[in-house]
Design a protein around this ligand. Structure first.
Ligand code: GAP
Length: 477
């Protein structure tokens, strides 16, 4: 299965109403995207698949915390001080880069040219870099040129905090600064006690949340991969200290299994330990997907110790402990986090599903078919209904069937153009089933159901259609 080009996926997404550039009539807004009629369905289905995988469990509760939070939250979490990227500008081209990415891309180029030893040397230095001057020294010593101007005239490397700031209330002064959350996780930590006290959970248990997050990324790229506004699906699992490794292994396996169950090919998934840990993590691995532009993180599994709860206890003055009702033991729980990007996973799902193939036509030639092989549970439209021809009562019957079906399933009705063209239109948006009302339907009330992937047709009674499709579009468990 060849990976599609990113351009092909972006073009389909725009053409068929999955994703549009934000504020496009004003020229767009860099790193911000809107989800169109089909995109919003696919994204909702994806989030629903995650929500069910989490909250149908006995040991996980859901939450929807506000995007705006008390500014002290971000001091306690370490984001005010440490959530930054090293940034460097080229003085000639005026281009701005993340210093670590600039170095990484240079190392990749060295590798591609067979200069492996040099690549390894700089890679080792990059791994050890912490402060801005560490990155600056590598850029200067390795004589890394600007990919745009080719010059080596760099500014000093500076830290750039990624949180968006805004003002709370009518006065624009420092004391009224609040942040748009850069991760949803903190909404879970500050509600840990509320959830514990209002549910009947005992440790180990988790809290799951889906919501928007915002990061003022230095550079955005690769369509939905790195954007400034995005959505996360995060779950914090609270465990007894000492058991975190076992839960870390468990959740890594569960999350990997989830992507596989949604149809992501095994050869396009891998697990990669973090080379550098975030300020809150004691251990971390990424589940990565092979995007058209290379491997990229889909989800991080992080062992966050008691870092966040302990800091919130310290900053808020509220005890955030758990009391074991049997042993009377008191402790601040450790946390294993599963942190996935909903919008980034959406891109992975699209790239994984996109295929171009050549199929035979009735006239003996071949034609190109673009097909989105989406898991039926994720497909925006589950079934499309067509009259074979626009006469003999077929459109009326097809329309009646459509009116019945659309109350139970996302359905489409199409009576324009040749039947082959109508199939192509549905294949391209991943509709798993196409139903045709033909001459025989008028006599025996049966319809043909064509399968998107095999293109095979079966004939079933019209009265069984909803049940037939329903059974086949359920979420994997
Ligand atoms: N709470 C931990 C956390 O936020 P992260 O690795 O920074 O960890 C988790 O982010 C996931 O969020 C990533 O694996 C990715 O899927 C998604 N994500 C992060 N930054 C993103 C961005 N700028 N655009 C799109 N998705 C992003």
């Amino acid at each position: 299965m060849a990976a599609p080009s990113l351009e092909a996926v972006v073009s389909l997404a725009k053409r068929r109403g999955f994703v549009f550039p934000s504020s496009e009539i004003y020229g767009g807004l860099n790193g911000v995207w809107d989800f169109g009629p089909l995109g919003v369905e696919l994204l909702r289905n994806l989030k629903e698949a995650w929500w069910q995988a989490m909250t149908l469990r006995e040991d996980i509760e859901g939450l929807d915390a506000a995007i705006l939070m008390h500014p002290r939250v971000w001091e306690a979490s370490g984001h005010v001080e440490q959530f930054s990227d090293p940034m460097v500008d080229n003085k000639v081209s005026k281009m701005r880069y993340r210093a670590d990415t600039l170095i990484e891309e240079y190392i990749e180029r060295l590798r591609a040219r067979g200069r492996t030893e040099e690549a390894q040397r700089w890679e080792e230095q990059l791994r050890q870099a912490v402060e801005p001057h560490d990155y600056y020294r590598i850029i200067v010593e390795a004589q890394i040129p600007d990919p745009v101007s080719g010059t080596r005239e760099w500014t000093e490397v500076r830290h750039f905090n990624l949180m968006f700031k805004t003002f709370f209330g009518p006065v624009e002064e420092d004391s009224s600064i609040v942040y748009l959350r850069p991760e949803t996780a903190q909404g879970i930590y500050v509600n840990f006690l509320n959830v514990l006290q209002s549910s009947r959970q005992k440790i180990p248990f988790g809290i799951a949340q889906i919501g928007k997050a915002f990061r003022n990324e230095v550079t955005t790229k690769n369509f939905l991969f790195r954007t400034r506004e995005f959505e996360q699906m995060e779950m914090q699992y609270f465990v007894k200290p000492g058991t975190e490794q076992e839960w870390f292994d468990y959740w890594l396996q569960e999350r990997y299994r989830w992507y596989r169950a949604l149809g992501i090919a095994e050869e396009r998934l891998r697990v990669k330990p973090h080379q550098k840990l975030a300020h809150y993590a004691a251990a971390a691995v990424d589940i990565e997907f092979l995007f058209p532009f290379g491997w990229g993180e889909l989800e991080g599994i992080h062992s966050r110790t008691d870092f966040d709860l302990r800091r919130h206890q310290q900053f808020s003055g509220k005890r955030l402990e758990y009391v074991d009702t049997v042993t009377r033991e008191r402790y601040i729980p450790y946390v294993v986090e599963t942190s996935a990007g909903a919008t980034r996973s959406f891109l992975a799902i699209l790239c994984n599903a996109y295929e171009e193939e050549s199929i035979p036509t009735d006239r003996g030639s071949t034609e190109k078919r673009v097909v989105l092989r989406l898991h039926p549970a994720l497909a925006p439209i589950k079934v499309a209904i067509f009259p074979l021809v626009n006469r003999d009562g077929m459109p009326e019957l097809a329309r009646r069937l459509y009116e019945q079906v659309r109350r139970r399933l996302r359905a489409d009705y199409d009576d324009s153009g040749a039947i082959g063209r109508r199939y192509r239109r549905q294949d391209e948006i991943g509709t798993p089933f196409c139903v045709t009302i033909d001459g025989q339907t008028l006599h025996d009330e049966t319809v043909t159901v064509r399968d998107r992937d095999t293109m095979e047709q079966v004939r079933i009674p019209m009265s069984r259609l909803v049940e037939y499709v329903w059974e086949r579009v359920q979420l994997p468990v």
